[in-house]
Design a protein around this ligand. Structure first.
Ligand code: SF4
Length: 280
């Protein structure tokens, strides 16, 4: 019988759990194929502070229901540059993200995604290095229907990337079908297999229509993104103080107040972003 695509490779393995349905499904399949995970496997969730509360609850529920230890990590601006937190103590108001912006003194954007690098990739790396790991396998939830993300060059770092979902030919429809059969789910809308409120709530990689809907539906959460643009404007100038080259979040708020639903139906009303997700 051929080996399961979910059979754990030898050595240290990091399973990157983003808090979304796809990586939770991947975690489930790995547990099914291997049984309880040994200590040489670490499941990590890097909290930026801008996750929706439903995402944090989902991570906790996955951990409890499937009896798997998930290490909650957050970026810190001072050595050792990470902290282990929990569902109870996790930041919920963007504190790790804001600390990074204050340190860098400008905002990340589509061209400079240092938020993913620092808040997620390096935060996990620092934790794993603190365990004495030198080299490891990084298991990420890339599906077979994401060729653009799969065909990226391999990182030249301490890990090799393992994508069991892609190896197993899993598509987002398989993930949706799996969650329909489960007694619990991520309590955020699943629109055609996509979760527009996953990852950071107002992420600059999300489409303009999603940012517009977010601004209208969650004004108090959208205010954080606007406040960060004001903060960055005090620290730097020009496009480095904005999440997008095309519009500011204050302009988006004002636009939504004036235009309402039109912006939600007109992709490109303010800009034409090439979407994508934070996949660290
Ligand atoms: S989800 Fe978006 S804003 Fe959050 S870390 Fe990833 S790229 Fe940055």
């Amino acid at each position: 019988m051929p080996a399961s695509p979910y059979a754990l490779p030898d050595g240290h393995v990091q399973i990157a759990f983003s808090g979304g349905r796809t990586s939770a499904y991947m975690l489930h399949q790995i547990i099914e194929a291997n049984g309880p995970l040994p200590d040489r496997v670490q499941v990590t969730f890097q909290n930026t502070g801008r996750e929706m509360p439903q995402t944090l609850d989902f991570v906790e529920e996955v951990s409890r229901r499937w009896a798997v230890r998930v290490v909650w990590l957050e970026y810190r601006p001072k050595a050792p540059f990470f902290e282990i937190v929990s569902h109870n103590s996790a930041a919920r108001c963007g504190e790790p993200f804001e600390a990074l912006i204050r340190k860098r003194k400008y905002l990340p954007n589509q061209q400079a995604r240092f938020c993913t690098t620092e808040l997620k990739i390096r935060t996990a790396k620092r934790y794993l290095r603190s365990l004495g790991w030198d080299h490891w396998t990084n298991c990420v939830g890339l599906r077979a229907d994401e060729p653009r993300r799969l065909n990226k060059p391999a990182p030249r770092d301490r890990w090799t990337v393992w994508t069991p979902l892609a190896d197993a030919g899993v598509s987002r429809h398989d993930v949706t079908a799996f969650w329909r059969r489960q007694p619990f789910d991520l309590r955020l809308p699943n629109v055609g297999g996509r979760c527009w409120l996953g990852n950071c709530d107002g992420c600059f990689l999300k489409s303009e229509a999603n940012i517009a809907a977010f601004t209208r539906e969650f004004p108090e959460r959208a205010a954080w993104w606007e406040r960060m643009e004001a903060l960055a404007s005090d620290l730097t100038s020009g496009s480095a103080a904005h999440w997008s080259k095309r519009y500011t979040r204050a302009e988006m708020r004002e636009f939504m107040r004036r235009q309402g639903d039109w912006a939600l139906m007109t992709e490109g009303a303010l800009c034409q972003a090439d979407g994508g997700e934070c996949f660290a």
